[in-house]
Design a protein around this ligand. Structure first.
Ligand code: PMV
Length: 311
C-alpha cells in the first residue's frame, strides 16, 4: 500500500445471546448455559490519525495518541469503553463504525456483541491483538457493567450453545434433541450494572439466603447440562422454570416478565424464564416445532418483538 492510498477497511460481526440458565449466579462463579442469537452487531474499522467510533448516529472521538490507554473518567461511557478496547488490543488509533441489529439493554448481549465485533474489526485493520479479542471485549464490557462475568462476551465470540464459568472458560455443548427457543422482548430492560448491584445489595443484607439460591442455581445448571446431553427437553424446561423462580426470589423479575412467561407456558412451552439481568427485557421459552408457532402467536398477539436463536 502506498502512503496515499486509503487504508483498507476491515469488517467483522458478532452475535447476541440468550442465557438459558445461570444468570446472576454466574457473576459469583457458578456456571451458566448460553445460546447464541442469529443477529448481533457489525463493525467496520480502518487505521486513522485520530481514534473514533461511530455508533447510533454519533461520533465519539478520542484525543491524546499515547494516552489512549489511560482511563478518562470525564468521557462518555462509549468513549471510555472504546478507549479501554483499543488499550487492551494495544492498537494504534483507528476509526470504527458499528451497528446493532438487536435491541440494546434488553439482556440479549448487545454491548458484548458490539465489543467483540469492534475488537475484531480494529484488530484486523491495525494488525494488533495485544491481550486478545476476549480481553479487549471484556475491557469494553466492564466500562458498562463494572463486574461483568464474561458470559456475554464468550457467547458473542463463540456463538452456538455454550457452558461458561467465570475464570474457568467456555465449552461448546451439544444437545441430543434440537434446541428450539422462542424469545420475546417484553419491555425495555434495566441496566445490567444496576441489577447486578441490586443482587449484591441483597447478598450483603442476607448472605445466607442469597448464597442458598446461588447454590441452587448452580445445581440446576449442572442438571440442565445432563438434560441437554440426553435430549430430555421436559426436564430442561422444568429446570428453566425452577431457575426463573429463583431469579424471582432474587428480586429481578417484573410483572410483565411474569405475564409473558405465563403466556408461553400456557401455549405449551416446556419451560420459560426471564433471561439476562432482568428488571425488564426478555423472556426465553423452550419449545419444539409444534409449540414454537403457538408461543410466538401468543406473544405476537400482545405485540411483542421476537428474536431468533441459532437452532
Ligand atoms: O447484560 P445482560 O442483561 O445480558 O446480563 C448478563 C448476565 C448477568 O449474569 C446478569 C451479568 C453478568 O455479567 O454475567
Amino acid at each position: 500500500m502506498t502512503p496515499e492510498s486509503p487504508a483498507a477497511e476491515t469488517y467483522a460481526r458478532a452475535g447476541g445471546k440468550v442465557i438459558l440458565l445461570g444468570e446472576h449466579a454466574v457473576v459469583y462463579g457458578s456456571p451458566a448455559i448460553v445460546v447464541g442469537l442469529k443477529l448481533g452487531a457489525e463493525a467496520h474499522a480502518r487505521p486513522d490519525a485520530v481514534a473514533s467510533l461511530d455508533l447510533g448516529g454519533q461520533r465519539h472521538e478520542l484525543r491524546g495518541g499515547n494516552e489512549l490507554r489511560a482511563d478518562n473518567a470525564a468521557e462518555p461511557e462509549l468513549s471510555r469503553a472504546f478507549r479501554a478496547l483499543l488499550g487492551a488490543l494495544e492498537a494504534p488509533p483507528a476509526r470504527a463504525r458499528a451497528e446493532l441489529a438487536i435491541p440494546a439493554g434488553a439482556g440479549l448481549g448487545a454491548s458484548a456483541a458490539l465489543g467483540v465485533a469492534i475488537a475484531r474489526a480494529v484488530a484486523g485493520a491495525t494488525r494488533s491483538t495485544g491481550a486478545g479479542i476476549t480481553a479487549a471485549a471484556l475491557a469494553w464490557e466492564n466500562v458498562f457493567h463494572g463486574n461483568a462475568s464474561g458470559v456475554d462476551t464468550a457467547a458473542a465470540e463463540h456463538g452456538g450453545c455454550l457452558w461458561f464459568q467465570r475464570g474457568v472458560g467456555t465449552t461448546p455443548l451439544s444437545a441430543a434433541a434440537p434446541l428450539r427457543l422462542a424469545i420475546a422482548q417484553v419491555e425495555p430492560g434495566a441496566s445490567t450494572r444496576v441489577m447486578v448491584e441490586a443482587v449484591a445489595g441483597r447478598h450483603r443484607a442476607d448472605p445466607q439466603g442469597v448464597e442458598l439460591r446461588m447454590r441452587a442455581i448452580a445445581q440446576l445448571v449442572e442438571r440442565a447440562r445432563g438434560a441437554l446431553a440426553k435430549g430430555h427437553l421436559g426436564e430442561l424446561g422444568e429446570l428453566m422454570n425452577d431457575n426463573h423462580e429463583l431469579l424471582r426470589a432474587l428480586g429481578v423479575s417484573t410483572p410483565r416478565l411474569e405475564q409473558a412467561r405465563t403466556m408461553a407456558l400456557r401455549a405449551g412451552a416446556f419451560g420459560a424464564k426471564l433471561t439476562g439481568a432482568g428488571g425488564g427485557g426478555c423472556v426465553v421459552a423452550l419449545v419444539d416445532d409444534v409449540t414454537r408457532p403457538r408461543v410466538q402467536a401468543a406473544w405476537a398477539a400482545e405485540g411483542l418483538r421476537q428474536l431468533e436463536a441459532i437452532d
